[in-house]
Design a protein around this ligand. Structure first.
Ligand SMILES: [Cu+2]
Length: 289
């Protein structure tokens, strides 16, 4: 190998490696690489493992691309072999590496797809909390059936407690996403989906609508706040103490289109509100009119 080829063969992988390390450094805005809960952590690891395995093919391909272009450039006296047709060794290598990588990826993905099924409750000694989520145009409504309160564009729950989100929509289909806690889940009218998440420590996490749903979509953001158990209890009491019940009239106002809604808090809700919203699309005469 000539000196220049050697230099290229060292610099190229070094640049790629540096870029990869920069990506993995966990820049604060890159929430997917900065997980704050067990589900998001496993999903991040899965992404890193998958990308690393694929780089085993991608990095050599790019190194070879530049090496060949440099070696067989005009004016260089590289060996000219126009009758070269077949190399069993090379063919074996060419097929074996991707086959092994795909087998490893298949096993890892099969296992983690079942392990990280969003509908599967998390294993924990702590009693889970249920929060019902309704996608409205263009805001998120959170109903706490156990605490009998509701909020808009703000959701609070205790840390290290499994959160059982039940999701539906009283409008177009949408996607509920708290990137630092886990992947998205669809919210669809006339049915209820589930998403099980948990925060490992107190903190505020950005939540959004990950599916374009119309005019006010960009303002359909919320804060997900994880707090200690005692902080959660006192927060629930403070919301219950407000005199702002979420009756049918208030709900219908909320369900009407509006954009960039600030957080709102309701001291009580109708026990069947969530089910009625679903039934509205199943049996129109039984649900909310
Ligand atoms: Cu799809």
């Amino acid at each position: 190998m000539k000196t220049k080829t050697k230099i290229a063969a060292i610099i190229l992988p070094a640049v790629l490696l540096f870029f990869l390390l920069f990506l993995l450094a966990g820049h604060s805005n890159w929430s997917l690489l900065n997980p704050k809960g067990p589900i998001a952590q496993q999903e991040r690891n899965l992404m890193v493992v998958g990308i690393s395995l694929m780089l085993i093919v991608v990095v050599p391909v790019f190194i070879l691309l530049f090496t060949f272009a440099f070696k067989y450039r005009e004016g260089n006296k590289a060996k000219y072999a126009p009758n070269q047709r077949h190399s069993t060794k090379f063919q074996l290598l060419l097929w074996a590496i991707p086959t092994v990588i795909i087998l490893i990826l298949a096993v890892i993905n099969w296992k983690s797809t079942h392990q990280l099924d969003p509908f599967k409750p998390l294993i924990s000694n702590v009693k889970p909390i249920t929060i019902q989520v309704v996608s409205l145009p263009w805001k998120w409504l959170f109903i706490y059936p156990e605490q009998n309160i509701a909020t808009v564009n703000f959701v609070e729950f205790p840390q290290t407690t499994p959160v059982n989100f039940q999701l539906t929509s009283d409008a177009a289909m949408n996607s509920f996403w708290i990137p630092q806690l886990g992947g998205q889940m669809y919210a669809m009218a006339g049915m209820s989906t589930q998403l099980h998440l948990m925060a490992s420590a107190p903190g505020s996490f950005a939540g959004s609508a990950a599916e374009i749903s119309g005019q006010g979509f960009s303002g359909m953001k919320f804060t997900a706040k994880a707090v200690t158990n005692s902080d959660f209890d006192s927060w629930v009491k403070s919301v219950q103490a407000r005199r702002t019940p979420l009756g049918l009239a208030e709900y219908n106002k909320l369900a009407a289109p509006s954009s960039n809604n600030p957080p709102a808090f309701y001291s009580s809700t109708d026990k069947n509100l969530y089910n009625n919203i679903i039934m509205k699309y199943m049996m129109p005469t039984q649900g909310i009119q």
